[in-house]
Write a protein that binds this ligand. Sequence first.
Ligand code: CA
Length: 217
Amino acid sequence: MRLLLVEDDPLLGDGLKLGLQGEGYTVDWLTDGRQALHSLLTESFDLVVLDLGLPGMDGMDVLKEIRDRGLVVPVLILTARDAVRDRVGGLDQGADDYLTKPFDLEELSARLRSLLRRSQDRAVPVLEHGDVSLDPAAREVRRAGEKVELSRKEFTVLQYLLEHQGRVVSRERLEQALYGWDTEIESNALEVHVHKLRKKLGAGLISTVRGVGYRIG
Ligand code: CA
């Protein structure tokens, strides 16, 4: 899952980026509201964690702008402003949830998982297809009840495809979910992960849609 973190406090931003990467997210971090707006309008993210007090453009204005343009990406607001007025304002502007600083990473992770579930209309936390199941909270994959060990990137690819079951997911989208802005992507890296997933979970699980991407279901 690709997450955009918008936070101008360098210490908090750094800690959050590391922590969320540890939870398996691909995290792109920006410190400026205007840049955040630009990226949100030109790229695809699965989740946004948005601070309110930002240079360039206030977080609330970023939120209003993306909602006005019809962007439905789930947004969790981080705010130091512990005022009821701000909370209500944030939710009115289209925030899906908010957390007041200080907070702990566990709380943030739980809220993000629940946001993802809601955005996908999923009542149950565990993703399933055939005899394969994936539990995002426990970061556990099972095949026919048996635990299967996956690398972080294999897990991300599988989760992404399961989240979009029945639909073709483009290579570009998967690569963004895997790498964000951070790394040079080896041209065959995605194929390698898919190959390993097929070996571990059965050849028939993931279909290749030639020239486009991959699909489960
Ligand atoms: Ca701030």
